[in-house]
Every structure is written in C-alpha cells, then in structure tokens.
Design a binder for this molecule. Structure first.
Ligand SMILES: [Zn+2]
Length: 91
C-alpha cells in the first residue's frame, strides 16, 4: 500500500543554515548570520555606527556563541561595521 514510499520528515531541522557561521573574535566566538536584502524586512539600529539599517539592506546578525542567552540578544550590524569591529576595539 505505498508505505515504502512514505517520506520521512527532514531529520536535521536544527542544523545550522549555510549562511551562518561561527567567527572567533578577541572577545569570544560569535555566531554570525548573513541576511540578504529580501530577508531584511525591518529597520534595525547598527551598534557599530549607530545608524539605521534600512529594510532590504543586506546585513548580518551576530550574537555571542559563548553566552547561552546570546541568541536572545542578537544584534543587527551593517556588514562593513561588523568587519571593522575588531579594529575599533570594544568601545
Ligand atoms: Zn553600521
């Protein structure tokens, strides 16, 4: 009765997305996810330059991989601001 053809649900639901990676920084490891313009539908405030990230702007989301609550406090950054972060220092 066609049971053999039954598809199993995808087993790797929680696997990291391909646009997400872990970066090592002087202040620890950070999970960094790239957002394309089409997935950026809200305006965010970039902590690097204190300017708005307008909708449809490709940017990144980063949160601490060391902090168990890091994902709750993730920050949206302009991609170049994130890259300049190490050079600027913590403040
Ligand atoms: Zn910025």
């Amino acid at each position: 009765m066609g049971r053999k053809n039954r598809r199993r649900p995808e087993p790797e639901r929680s696997a990291p997305q391909s646009n997400q990676q872990i970066e090592s920084h002087p202040d620890g490891d950070w999970i960094v996810r790239s957002l394309t313009g089409s997935s950026a539908t809200k305006t965010y405030r970039c902590p690097g330059c204190d300017q708005e990230i307008r909708p449809a702007t490709p940017h990144i989301v980063a949160w601490s991989a060391d902090d168990p609550k890091g994902a709750e406090e993730r920050r949206h950054w302009h991609t170049p601001c994130w890259k300049a972060r190490d050079r600027r220092g913590p403040r």
